[in-house]
Write a protein that binds this ligand. Sequence first.
Ligand code: NAP
Length: 490
Amino acid sequence: MAAVKTDISMNFQTKMYINGEWIDADGGGTLDVINPADESTIAKVAYGGRAEADRAIEAATKAFPKWSALTAYDRAKVLKKTADLMRERADRMARTLTLEQGKPLPEAKAEVLHAADTFEWFAEEGKRAYGQIIPQSNAMKRHHAIKHPVGVVGTITPWNFPITLPSRKIAPALAVGCTVVSRPAEQTPLVLIQLFECLQEAGAPPGVANLVLSSAVPFADSLFAHAAVRKISFTGSTPVGKELIRRSADGVKRLSLELGGHAPLIVFPDADVEQVAQAAVIGKFRNNGQVCIAPSRFYVHEKIAGRFTETAVEMTRKLKIGNGLEDGVQVGPMFEERALAKTASLIDDAKNKGAKILLGGERSKRFDKGYFFEPTVIREVDGAMRIMTEEPFAPVMPLIDFSKLEDVIAAANNTPFGLAAYVFTNDLTVATRMAEGLEAGIIGINDPVPATPQCPFGGMKESGMGRELGHEGLEAYLETKYVSIGLRAF
Ligand code: NAP
C-alpha cells in the first residue's frame, strides 16, 4: 500500500490558551501528537498541569461578572462569528482532525460543520433562556423564576469526536453567560486549539474561554479544588464518570455526564433488508465503531437473518480501509495501539465461547504502520460473551437472531447502558411499542444518524446524567432563581 503524503507543515498552533494569551507550559513540557494512520509525530503541543489549570480557572472566575452581564444578544454575536470562522476554515480543521484522530476526511469535515452548527444554534437559543411568571395565591405577592448562569464551567472530553463534543458544552455555557475552562483528550488537542483560535478572533474577551493542555487528573483536581467552578461537564467512559460523581460530593458541583453506550440495532422482517444492511454497515464502521451511539449489538429477525447476514458481510468486505486523507477511504485506523489489543481480546473471548467469525477478526496485515483493524462481522453470539456486556468501541458487528418483539426488547434492555437504540420497521405499531419499551435516551426509528443540534442527546441508566443539545442542553448551564416580591398596600 503506497504511503499517503501527509502535510505536516501545517504550522499548527501548539500552545494553550489562558486569559486571552497563547502560552507554553510553565516548565516547558510538551506532548507528541501522533498520527494513528502512520504513527508519525505531527506536532508537539504544550503540556502543563495543575498550575496552568489553576490560572485558567482564576481567569474564568475574573471574567464571569462582565461576560454574564452582557445581553444574550451580544454573546450570540461572538458565538455566531465563531461558527462562521469554523465554516470558513472547515477544510483545514478537518485535515487537522484526520491527521490527529484518523477518521476519513469527509467524516472529519462533517464533524467540524456539525460543531459550527452547534455554535450557531446555541447562539440563537441563548436568547430563549426564559424564566416564568407564576400566578400568586396571595394578592400582595408576585412570584418570578428567573434564569442565572451556573458560573465557571470545566469541560473534559474524549478523542473520538474532538471538536463536536467540546462544542456541545462550550457553546451553551458561553451562550447563557458562563465562562469556561476546557481540556481536550491528550491524543487530539490540535483541532480544539483551532476552535479556540476562532473564539479568540470572534471576540471572546480574555478569560471567557480557556484551553488547558495537561494530563487528566491534575486538571480534574484543579476543577474540584476551586469553589468558583460550579459545574463540570464530562464526556467519556462510565468508570471515569462514576469517579467524577464521587468526587463532586464535597463541593456539591453540578455534573453533566455523557458516558458509555452499547446500542442495539433491531431489524424487523418487514424492513428493506438491503437498505437496512447498508445503514447498519455505515453506522457500525463509522469512526471504526469508536462512537458512543454506534450500534454494537445487531438483532435481526430470524425470517431475514440469512439474507441480512450475507448482504452485511458483502458490504463490509467492500469497505475501503486506509489513511483517512486518501480519496475514497471509508474506514481509517483505530485511535491507538491499545484499542487494537482490546478489540482482539473481545473477539478472542467470543471465539472461545463459540462465536463464528464471518469476516475480519484481526489487526489488518495490509499496512506496515498505523493502527488498522479489519472490519469484523461475527455470528453465534450470546449474552455470556464480553462483547455483549462490555462497551466494545470497536469495528465489530455481532449478529443475533430473534423471533418475538417482547424477547428482543428484554434482550436489548439487558445491559447497564441506555444511550442509543435503533429500530428498522415500517409497521407503526411495532415502531411505537419499541420506542416506548427500549431503555435508551436516543432512539432512531429508521434513522441511523439521529444526532442534531436542536434535539436532546444523552443517556439513561449508566450512560449518563442530563442532556446535551436542544433546549435541555442550554438548561444544563442555568440555575433557576425564584424571586418572590411582597407588595406594599397601595
Ligand atoms: P475516558 O478514559 O473516560 O476519557 C475521557 C476523557 O476523560 C479524556 O479526556 C481523559 O483524558 C479524561 N480522563 C481520564 N481519566 C480521568 C480522570 N480520572 N479524571 C478526569 N478526567 C479523566 O474515555 P475514553 O475511553 O477515552 O473515551 C471513550 C468513552 O467516551 C466511551 O466510553 C464512549 O462511549 C464515551 N463517549 C460518550 C459519549 C456520549 O455522548 N455519551 C460521546 C463520546 C464518547 P486523557 O484521555 O487525555 O488522559
